[in-house]
Write a protein that binds this ligand. Structure first.
Ligand SMILES: [Zn+2]
Ligand SMILES: [Zn+2]
Length: 384
């Protein structure tokens, strides 16, 4: 089969590889119809998330059709159309019973040296081959797959594999009340869906912080107030817009590849180069801790890898902040979010800005990596 293979930092290729096979009685094999490129993939290719093994197939977002199931799979049948949640969990350990799937004990064993199990990630996350491939092996298929109703198409649900559940968990951890002001740092695909969920929760005042015009435009069209950090100091502007107080809740949808502002008088940066790591990995966190109101909440869903050891703890302590964070427990949220889609309460299709044939995936990666205008979210047509 064809798959996107991680060869080394800054080096990926679409290659012929062996088809996956059933290795355990609870496995399924899914033929992928649609996958995506995610910002998390860029962290790994750029090297800001370390520990990738050469030969790992990338991709942790996908929908497809079940092609084979192991003998102990009970609820999933060959031919089912399914969403594959990004994180992998056993479904039966104490953490899974509490719906804390990203902390599944089967994979992490209370070992601080291991991490949430997910598709297409570093060695410490499995490693498991990912979904930028014609087929994928899904462990614990009864919990690791969610069946899609026949009247819902791939475009409508592909974002349920990872980024909508991630956005939802970001909002849930921030726990905003209707009168709260909420700022979203980062208007990439997850940040956009955070705004969508905040509106669904009835939040009236939303601020969107970024510096990419097409992303700020999209946030504005969703009804958010725009803070362009290339034009204003985001901390002072957020304070000014909240009568000096600062937003009640802040959601970080940025992560480790954050960038310093590109003020007009500064050099325009290295936009032509490929696979550059962000030049200000703690920038968003520092702004957030300064900007949020006293005793406010910061909810972090942007990706910060295991080697991240810096946080402005002193300022956060002095302001009595509540800081919540975590890898998404995707499987906990997907059934409810699928209901929203099925009932047409939300439409996710407008957040997919590019739909690309699988043969063109490497080229698409390069556009997305450079944060080119209107390259917000790339869907990959893997197989019909
Ligand atoms: Zn993702
Ligand atoms: Zn488990």
């Amino acid at each position: 089969m064809k798959a996107v293979v991680f060869k080394g930092i800054g080096n990926i290729a679409l290659e012929q590889v062996q088809d996956p096979t059933i290795q355990d009685a609870q496995d399924a094999i899914v033929r992928i119809t649609m996958s995506t490129i995610c910002g998390t993939d860029l962290h790994m290719i750029r090297g800001s998330m370390t520990g990738m093994e050469s030969g790992t197939i990338l991709g942790h977002e996908g929908v497809g059709i079940v092609e084979a199931v192991g003998q102990q799979v009970k609820t999933i049948k060959v031919g089912d159309r399914v969403i594959v949640p990004s994180t992998i969990a056993c479904g039966t350990c104490d953490y899974c019973k509490r719906k804390l799937y990203s902390q599944c004990d089967y994979y992490t064993h209370n070992d601080s040296d291991t991490n949430t199990a997910f598709y297409g990630g570093p060695k410490k996350s499995g490693p498991f081959n990912g979904m930028q491939a014609e087929k994928v092996r899904v462990p614990f298929a009864d919990v690791g797959l969610v069946v899609i109703p026949p009247d819902v198409n791939d475009n409508q649900v592909i974002l349920l594999s990872d980024i909508l559940p991630t956005a939802y968990m970001g909002v849930e951890m921030a726990d905003p009340q209707p009168a709260d002001t909420v700022a979203v740092f980062g208007c990439g695909p997850v940040g956009q869906l955070v705004i969508l969920v905040l509106k669904k929760w009835g939040i009236k005042t939303i601020f969107a912080v970024d510096n990419i015009p097409s992303r700020l435009d999209m946030a504005h069209k969703q009804g958010a107030h725009i803070v362009n950090f290339d034009e204003h100091d985001p901390v002072s502007l957020l304070k000014k817009l909240t009568h000096g107080k600062g937003p009640d809740k802040i959601i970080d949808a940025v992560g480790v590849d954050a960038e310093h502002p590109h003020y007009p008088w500064a050099a325009s940066g290295n936009q032509q180069e490929q696979w550059l790591v962000g030049n200000a990995p703690w920038q968003a966190l520092e702004w957030e801790v300064e900007a949020v109101c006293k005793a406010g909440t910061i909810s972090i869903i942007g990706v910060y890898p295991g080697q991240s050891h810096i946080f402005p703890i002193g300022t956060a302590m002095g302001k009595n902040l509540i800081i919540r964070m975590g890898n998404c427990n995707h499987r906990a949220y997907i059934p409810q979010l699928l209901e929203w889609v099925h009932n047409k309460e939300i439409d996710l299709t407008s957040f997919i800005t590019q739909t690309v044939a699988f043969d063109k995936v490497i080229d698409a990666y390069k556009h997305f990596d450079k944060r080119e205008d209107n390259w917000l979210k790339v869907a990959l047509l893997v197989q019909s």
